[in-house]
Ligand binder design. Structure first.
Ligand code: CTP
Ligand code: MN
Ligand code: MN
Length: 498
């Protein structure tokens, strides 16, 4: 069949792209970023095709950055093209579609990015003997060996995985829940966008089910399983109920089985007894379900610092949790309080909460006295909670004390908000372990403990590190000491967002 090229070659009429002229083309395909290879194509034709694609709503980048998802080349000589690509060495090369012009032509014809088929691909030639390709950096199965910043290039996948993981959690299917959390964690460490399933073949922790979800997202831009869940009554109700402070999946299940579906159903049902935590959760729901800003966290650290110093001048208060990992927003503020006098930490927190009460800012307090006993260590079974003295609080924060003001709902003129605050007070010689444990992320901690156990024969928790072979505790005064004992490269808190 005679094939009419729909794109005229622009050798005769060259249309230069003037970078100084603002482009008003409306972007229709946010997920796709093209880069046209000038080699073989020539500058004027490249300019022409660039304008054409932009006018159809495509993003076309002038430089080959890590954000590019589709590289289009007129040079179908795979070896020279790939050699050139590798010299440019974008980090995301394994995740990029390298395509010949036919994919571009088809997409222009359809007015949308068409699905990538084998016939479009310019595949990397297999290495010939004597010229081995450089080894691809392997991604560790342990989150504590993957530097993971907050920059997530694969949020489309990780958001979907989080919905599935959450639903498994609601249904007490811990294995599947963890599988999706682990898969999401692996994708979060990648410095490139996954654009085809082939790019994931060397990645750990991606099972059959996770790959099916990814395939659907790659091909259709959506996952039907996730969409079904998002409109599922059970999922929606669990999500709503567990958003209340003090309500976990167990309670949500109980309420759901009784036919309750809304907050109103719960609050008007005379047979429902709310504990003190849940009562506060409902009372301050609007405030504590809204994210806490970094500025609010910094202000609360100072407020606690002052309250602590009124009693223990030598004590120190450090921000930990998500804010320590560089997050701009969190669901609470996590603080570690320490004092150099061993033993004093056990009685410190009740004084602090008394002081907050006197100031009239203590809206809720759940104090848990220390049950820490070095003689009961090492602990062979991991427990969700450590044994240090701690308290879970809701505090009143005045807008005037926050630089830049409160992170509040529009039209809120109260001038204050309620914030969830966690305080923990370990003995000074346990500080490094507590800090490492409370800095998170949860997935990072989980893999750190697993790595210690499986790869090093050691037991790690928020209290201590124990060497099972040597039958001795390994001491540490900083987080770096703990990484060193474990034979791990040190990772800064902002690299622990696994
Ligand atoms: N943690 C803990 N023991 C607890 C509570 C929390 O060791 N009793 C640890 C968690 O494992 C986590 C860290 O403390 O690594 C912070 O917990 P959390 O505030 O729930 O999470 P963040 O990472 O701070 O996330 P967010 O910003 O949403 O608060
Ligand atoms: Mn937190
Ligand atoms: Mn917390």
């Amino acid at each position: 069949m005679f094939h009419t090229p729909i794109l005229p070659f622009a050798r005769k009429r060259s249309i230069p792209v003037d970078a100084s002229v603002p482009r008003h083309d409306v972007v229709k395909f946010m997920d796709v970023r093209l880069y046209l290879v000038e080699r073989k194509m020539g500058r004027s034709r490249r300019n022409f095709l660039t304008q054409l694609a932009r006018s159809k709503g495509f993003i076309v980048d002038d430089i080959l950055s890590d954000d590019v998802t589709h590289v289009v080349s007129e040079d179908s000589q795979a070896s020279s093209l790939w050699k050139w690509l590798k010299e440019c060495a974008p980090k995301n090369l394994p995740g990029v579609n390298v395509l010949d012009i036919s994919w571009f032509t088809d997409s222009m014809k359809e007015g949308r990015p068409v699905a990538v088929e084998t016939k479009h691909l310019i595949q990397e030639p297999l290495p010939t003997e004597g010229s081995p390709s450089p080894p691809v950096a392997t991604v560790s199965q342990y989150a504590c060996q993957r530097r993971t910043t907050l920059e997530n290039h694969n949020q489309k996948f990780t958001d979907a995985f989080e919905v599935l993981a959450e639903n498994y959690e609601f249904n007490n299917m811990d294995g599947q829940c963890l599988a999706f959390r682990r898969a999401a964690s692996v994708l979060k460490c990648l410095p490139w966008v996954v654009w085809c399933l082939g790019a994931t073949q060397d990645l750990p922790c991606l099972g059959q089910h996770t790959k099916e979800v990814m395939e659907e997202l790659l091909q259709c831009g959506r996952s039907f399983e996730v969409e079904e869940l998002l409109s599922d009554e059970r999922y929606q109700t669990f999500k709503l109920f567990t958003s209340v402070f003090g309500v976990g999946p167990k309670t949500a299940e109980k309420w759901f089985c009784r036919g309750l579906r809304s907050f109103n159903d719960i609050l008007t049902d005379p047979s429902i007894h709310l504990n003190r935590m849940q009562q506060s959760g409902f009372l301050h729901y609007g405030d504590i379900s809204r994210a806490v800003s970094k500025a609010e966290a910094v202000s609360l650290r100072s407020i606690i610092d002052e309250a602590v110093h009124a009693i223990a001048p030598a004590a120190a208060v450090a921000l930990t949790g998500g804010f320590c990992r560089g997050k701009e927003f969190g669901h609470d503020v996590d603080l570690i309080v320490t004092t150099p006098e061993l033993g004093m930490e056990e009685s410190l927190l009740p004084y602090v909460t008394d002081e907050l009460k006197k100031q009239g800012i203590l809206l809720y307090c759940d104090y848990q006295a220390s049950t820490f006993d070095m003689r009961k260590l090492p602990n062979h079974h991991f427990e969700a909670m450590d044994h240090f003295s701690k308290c879970f609080l809701i505090l009143r924060l005045e807008g005037s004390q926050v630089e830049g003001g409160l992170h509040c709902a529009e039209g809120d003129s109260r001038g204050w908000r309620a914030v969830r605050v966690d305080l923990v007070s370990p003995p000074m010689d346990r500080y490094a372990f507590a800090l490492l444990g409370w800095t998170g992320s949860r997935q990072f901690e989980r893999d750190l403990r697993k790595f210690a156990r499986k790869e090093r024969g050691m037991l790690l928790d928020n209290h201590a590190l124990y060497d099972k072979k040597k039958k001795q505790f390994l001491e540490a005064s900083t987080e770096k000491d703990i990484f060193a004992h474990l034979g791990l490269e040190y990772m800064e808190p902002w690299q622990r967002n696994a």
